[in-house]
Design a protein around this ligand. Structure first.
Ligand code: UDP
Length: 232
């Protein structure tokens, strides 16, 4: 792994609080990212916004879907700025690039810019999703991962991989260590939304699903330990 696209879930950022941004969780993420960057791995990050707002959650409650999605995208910008602050606090250089023009919050995203920064040892946080409504940050991760030539998309979640069934509902479910894209489709397993998943499959970008909330896991997985599930 030389270059990674790390997808962090917005929901995980809320930690035990149930809403917003948990400073402890944010610092834990920042420390782990710094450790991996210190090994010379180039990192770009996409963070979700589900801890603040999801476009779909407003539908039927008076929110227009497009406006709601724009609110969701802005939520990812809030999380990205939070992560950037945390990275700076632990002494890791980072930069927020935004998919929507909003200077001076961040410079507008361009793949070439992201690559240049990563090559200079700067962790890049790509905020604002894809910039378009009706998409998700999983799709933004797949898109940006392909654009920047990442070796792998690391999807950090609460679960430690892909299971035969939902392990939170089905105790007998077993975990895959490796699975193919076609097998995921045939078995109707839920890894990412289909737009994101298809983008990875068509562009041969492997996906690694792992538990990001266990401290040290990011270092383990980037160091080659088989702690999650790889889809390739
Ligand atoms: N969103 C969007 N376009 C994008 C990315 C995100 O419209 O390209 C909106 C969408 O409303 C989504 C919200 O931003 O619900 C938050 O992102 P997501 O649900 O992917 O975050 P997560 O669930 O990973 O925290």
């Amino acid at each position: 792994m030389k270059r990674i696209l790390l997808k962090l879930s917005g929901e995980s950022l809320q930690g035990e609080q149930g809403y917003g941004i948990c400073p402890v969780r944010l610092t834990q993420y920042a420390e782990q990212i710094k450790a991996v960057a210190g090994k010379g791995i180039e990192i770009s990050i996409v963070i979700g916004g589900g801890n603040i707002f999801r476009g779909l959650s407003g539908v039927g409650k008076g929110f227009d879907r497009v406006k709601g999605d724009q609110m969701g995208m802005l939520a990812t910008v809030i999380n990205s700025l939070g992560l950037q602050s945390a990275l700076e606090s632990v002494g890791q250089k980072s930069k927020v690039l935004t998919s929507i023009n909003m200077s001076p919050v961040g410079e507008i995203y361009q793949a070439a810019k992201a690559i240049e920064l990563m090559q200079a040892g700067v962790v890049v946080i790509i905020a604002g999703g894809t910039g378009n409504p009706f998409f998700t940050t999983d799709t933004a991760s797949a898109l940006r991962g392909v654009e920047i030539g990442a070796d792998v998309l690391l999807k950090g979640t609460r679960v430690d991989g892909i299971y035969t069934a939902d392990p939170e509902k089905e105790p007998t479910a077993t975990k895959f260590s490796t699975i193919s894209f076609t097998e995921v489709i045939e078995k109707r397993l839920k890894v990412m939304d289909l737009t994101a998943f298809t983008m990875c499959m068509e562009n041969h970008l492997p996906i690694m699903v792992f538990d990001m909330d266990t401290y040290g896991n990011l270092e383990k997985i980037t160091g080659g330990e088989e702690i999650g599930t790889i889809v390739k």
